[in-house]
Design a protein around this ligand. Structure first.
Ligand code: GLU
Length: 242
């Protein structure tokens, strides 16, 4: 059994990450993966801080750490393979809904064509031991290559989970709704089906989850304030919903 903790270096880790890391690393065998495909938001200083903060919290992982930005050709290969099966299409639509042909398009997966190829309109995944159905007809066509970064989270995360032999995916419930798309890509690519364990989130307020963008309490600021690693992990646990 193998899991992974897969933060994106787009900000400093906060209490929510401390909780998520504890859930993943307590699993037993856990890899660390840096998900930095978004070059518009990822920064080396945040990546370095991830290593430092996790070590300070007491976690340890095997080397080498997979850093996704070094493997963009792998992700392009997945999209090309799906394209060769006529499952993708180019989308020139901007966020404002206009067509802009002056830039490379986004590449999307046609869920209708996937349903034909799979010969089924539903899939399922295991979450904390429960079987969760996925109605493919309810899925909007997912983006496989974003216009701004040339790849996508969905492709990179499913590719790497398969490549690294991840059997169990421990991550927050904020990603529960993405799992249907991940199952679809796994089914199309013939990749193994991991078990999912979506855990509760640490909330900033009753309505709002912790976020790098809103400047939630970072692990480094808590460390600098004199808290011990155990106190930070206990605080994260206490603030987790449910
Ligand atoms: N890199 C993602 C994030 O930071 C997590 C990916 C995953 O666990 O599937 O939110």
């Amino acid at each position: 059994m193998l899991t992974r903790f897969a933060p994106s270096p787009t900000g400093y880790l906060h209490l929510g990450h401390a909780y998520a890391a504890a859930r993943a690393f307590e699993f037993g065998h856990c890899l660390l993966r840096i998900e930095d495909i978004d070059h518009t938001r990822s920064r080396p200083r945040f990546r370095d801080a991830i290593f430092r903060d996790l070590r300070w919290l007491g976690f340890d992982w095997p080397e080498p750490v997979r850093v996704q930005s070094g493997h963009l050709a792998d992700y392009a290969g997945v999209v090309a393979a799906l394209g060769a099966r006529d499952l993708t299409y180019d989308d020139y639509t901007t966020r404002r809904g206009e067509a802009d042909m002056s830039r490379p398009p986004a590449i999307k997966l046609s869920v209708d064509r996937c349903i034909d190829v799979l010969g089924a309109a539903s899939l399922s995944f295991s979450d904390r031991g429960r079987d969760i159905p996925v109605d493919l007809r309810a899925l909007p066509d997912p983006t496989l290559e974003r216009r701004d970064i040339g790849t996508s989270y969905h492709v990179a995360v499913t590719h790497d989970d398969a490549l690294q032999g991840i059997t169990d995916i421990v991550r927050g419930t904020d990603l529960f709704s993405e799992t249907g798309v991940h199952r679809l890509i796994q089914a199309l690519m013939g990749w193994p089906e991991p078990r999912y364990h979506h855990h509760p989130l640490v909330m900033e307020t009753a309505e709002r989850k912790m976020s790098k963008r809103t400047g939630s309490q970072t692990i480094r600021s808590l460390r600098d304030s004199g808290m011990s690693a155990t106190e930070v992990l206990d605080l994260a646990e206490a603030r987790a919903e449910g």
